[in-house]
Design a protein. Sequence first.
Length: 120
Amino acid sequence: MLIADMIHSCSNANVAEAAVCSIGGAFAERVATVAVKNGMDVGRFVAIIMQDFGRRANDSIIATLQQNVAGADQPLLNGLVQVVEPVLEEGVVFIDHETLAFPTSSVLNTALRDSGVRLH
């Protein structure tokens, strides 16, 4: 349920932008840089990533993400970082500035599984 709430709320550009601002630091700077490269503001960029994640993530990926955020002080923000970070690392291809070509499920699953190590 937590992951569904994260996907739903961060699919809104205003909420996504506020979440990235709340996280701040190097993460927010990297997101802003990639968003600008794609001709978008941070909120729209992250909202598209979250919408795409919601459409493409299978049960295994959702379960892995749920495990990674369990016990975190701010699980929604932690989950947002774990979803967006692999996209920043893999690169993003936008089609018509609406559809995101997300990394394959196996790439994303590996990135999510490994992200707990990178984020702590």
